[in-house]
Design a protein around this ligand. Structure first.
Ligand SMILES: Cc1cc2nc3c(=O)[nH]c(=O)nc-3n(C[C@H](O)[C@H](O)[C@H](O)COP(=O)(O)OP(=O)(O)OC[C@H]3O[C@@H](n4cnc5c(N)ncnc54)[C@H](O)[C@@H]3O)c2cc1C
Ligand code: SF4
Length: 447
């Protein structure tokens, strides 16, 4: 990173942000959210950031660091904000997470770094995500992120998939002196940062800036790499990192799941990210969303922004078991999304141009192998009418991308493919894999 005097940082930030003394970032009103895809939360002002940094207790055991999968040295970057050394604060963040501005927006901080914050016992946790976002936005805006990469003398690694796991692995390998070939089947790099998370939480220009800083330093190839090519790759490269995510949506197995008007929520979100919201005439319509994870909640909140009359999330367990982040559930409530718990569709039919869902009641039993309460159908059935059904029950790995790589010692994996479910976990996996690859090669390539 380029060095710059703290006073200059301070002036730049002060020039860009009007002073304000409430440390809660400004957010769009419910009405604004119902009519457009503008970013919901605003970046803190400098005055807000410094005021928030001043609340940090600098605990000796820093539970916040333990809660961050990327292990960002949080008290260190907060101390630098406090002394108005904003470039120094950005340096601390980018050292451990090359997607700092992205994670500052999308990390479920309530379950990660902010969860164990000691300030919770006094008032509320330090707004770590918002502080991170403030610092990284400023560094990006001023073009101050420039990594010093070592000369490429240490070998050649193939990274398959350019989601946060692949990007992070490619970034650290390149920084530490490797030639990296990054393979991505889509036109643009970024994985779900590009095709999943909606722009009201992650604007395209923010995603693009941090992704480009990585892809500009490695060889990016647009190629759908089939596992059938594994043998060739194993011969050609010193190591291979697979960060192909879980790109296949699991479809409903009920009859009527293929009727017109029933869509995979992931395809809906992707079409929106492609800028084609006009493909969906949702205004005044009633939308049912089946599922309880991030995809279901983002599909529901996106449908609200397309001016649907009513959006209902149907979930087979209760709010307690929903895999979605609690901040997303809360935002969905605020935006007017309805929820129906303990219910599951067993049939979809067409009635007078609409879709009739037959729902079966559920009661919860003992925990199943996933550790969550098992689902027991009650046999009690009700009907639910909707104009569109968005299905977001799960996603899985694509066999063509993963089978065939099996357990060859040159092959490393990470991200959603190995059970991750957050961007920062994928970043942490990519970094860890890069370090494991290096240590494995240094030991002569035996694991
Ligand atoms: C709608 C939605 C919202 C989410 N919201 C959040 C959030 O707010 N916060 C959060 O932390 N997490 C969120 N997540 C989860 C987060 O996006 C994922 O955990 C993260 O993106 C996983 O990263 P990854 O690199 O493992 O996989 P992905 O991001 O899925 O990237 C995999 C990449 O591999 C490519 N690929 C696949 N197969 C091949 C192949 N054979 N050849 C070449 N390329 C291939 C794909 O095209 C893709 O670009 C959300 C997920 C979804 C679906
Ligand atoms: S990367 Fe995410 S979890 Fe880690 S400190 Fe930043 S906001 Fe918190």
């Amino acid at each position: 990173m380029q060095q710059k005097h703290a006073a200059a940082d301070y002036q730049a930030a002060a020039g860009n942000h009007a002073a304000g003394l409430n440390t809660t970032p400004r957010t769009l009103s419910r009405q604004e959210r119902r009519t457009g895809f503008g970013e919901v939360e605003f970046t803190l002002t400098l005055a807000q950031a410094v005021q928030e940094a001043n609340r940090c207790l600098y605990c000796y055991d820093a539970p916040c660091i333990q809660g961050c999968p990327a292990r960002i040295q949080i008290p260190e970057f907060i101390a630098r904000i406090r002394s108005r050394n904003l470039t120094g604060a950005a340096e601390v963040i980018y050292r451990d997470n090359p997607l700092g501005a992205i994670c500052g927006r999308v990390c479920p901080v309530e379950a990660l770094c902010q969860k164990g914050c000691t300030s919770c016992r006094i008032s509320k946790p330090i707004a770590i995500g918002s502080l991170q976002r403030f610092v990284c936005d400023l560094a990006l805006q001023e073009g101050r992120i420039a990594y010093q990469d070592e000369a490429t003398t240490r070998g050649k690694v193939a990274v398959v998939g350019s989601g946060p796991a692949g990007l992070s692995c490619a970034h650290y390998l390149r920084q530490l002196g490797f030639n990296v070939d990054l393979f991505e089947r889509e036109e643009l790099a970024g994985g779900l940062l590009r095709w999943g998370i909606p722009i009201y939480r992650l604007p395209e220009e923010v995603a693009k800036r941090e992704i480009d800083i990585i892809t500009n330093r490695v060889a990016l190839h647009r190629k759908y790499l089939l596992a059938a090519q594994a043998e060739d790759f194993i011969k050609q490269y010193d190591a291979i990192f697979l960060g192909v995510g879980l790109s296949s949506p699991v479809l409903l197995r009920t009859s009527g799941a293929d009727l017109p008007g029933v869509y995979a929520a992931s395809s809906f979100l992707r079409t929106l990210r492609e800028g084609k919201s006009g493909d969906f005439a949702f205004r005044g319509k009633e939308i049912a969303v089946v599922g309880g994870g991030a995809t279901a909640l983002d599909a529901a909140r996106s449908a609200i922004r397309l001016e649907a009359a009513k959006v209902t999330v149907l979930y087979r367990r209760t709010i307690e078991e929903m895999p979605a982040f609690s901040s997303e559930v809360e935002a969905a409530f605020q935006e007017g999304v309805d929820f129906l718990w303990l219910t599951s569709p067993v049939e979809i039919t067409q009635v007078d141009g609409r879709l009739k869902l037959t729902l079966e009641g559920i009661c919860l039993g003992e925990p199943d192998e996933s550790g969550r309460a098992s689902v027991i159908p009650t046999g009690v059935r009700t009907n639910f009418l909707a104009d569109v059904v968005l299905v977001a029950i799960a996603s899985q790995a694509e066999p063509a991308s993963v089978e065939g790589w099996k357990d060859h010692p040159k092959v490393f994996r990470g991200g959603d493919l190995t059970g991750g479910a957050t961007v920062v976990q994928a970043v942490a996996d990519g970094k860890e894999a890069a370090l494991r690859i290096i240590s494995w090669l240094e030991k002569g390539g035996s694991r």
